[in-house]
Design a protein around this ligand. Structure first.
Ligand SMILES: N=c1c2ncn([C@@H]3O[C@H](COP(=O)(O)OP(=O)(O)OP(=O)(O)O)[C@@H](O)[C@H]3O)c2ncn1[C@@H]1O[C@H](COP(=O)(O)O)[C@@H](O)[C@H]1O
Length: 106
């Protein structure tokens, strides 16, 4: 079982963002700006959805990896640390999703 974490990926993305864009996809994507990076994230999301609907496990695994990597790039450009996202998820652990949805309808 892999011990690789999203925090590890975030650290790699942060390090490669400062690399030469001719040598790094991450640096190239960061240099191209949030509009391009977010569009790429959207494409990977659609490819993940298609793999999920088609029930193809290998494609779902691979597309989800692409999706998470591009999400890390978008968070990096957006200046949002993964810790903030995890903190938000942790804050929600005390409440069920259904209760949260109902609380927004008032
Ligand atoms: N996890 C990834 C990762 N996942 C996907 N990709 C790249 O994302 C790019 C876009 O994926 P696509 O499937 O859309 O490929 P494409 O059709 O060639 O893209 P387009 O030509 O359409 O733009 C590809 O070039 C993939 O290689 C990634 N690039 C980098 N990483 C990680 O980042 C590290 C540093 O990479 P560099 O920044 O390239 O040094 C790597 O060691 C990995 O850990």
């Amino acid at each position: 079982m892999s011990t690789f974490t999203l925090a590890d990926l975030e650290a790699i993305v942060a390090a490669r963002a400062a690399a030469d864009p001719s040598e790094s996809w991450t640096a190239k994507l960061v240099a191209s700006g949030q509009q391009k990076a977010a569009k790429k994230l959207g494409e990977e999301a659609v490819e993940t959805v298609i793999a999920a609907i088609e029930g193809k496990k290998a494609e779902l695994t691979s597309e989800t990896a692409d999706l998470l990597y591009h999400l890390m790039v978008v968070l990096k450009i957006g200046g949002v640390p993964l810790q903030d996202v995890m903190g938000e998820l942790e804050r929600r652990t005390g409440q069920s999703g259904l209760a949260e949805k109902a609380s927004r309808k008032n």
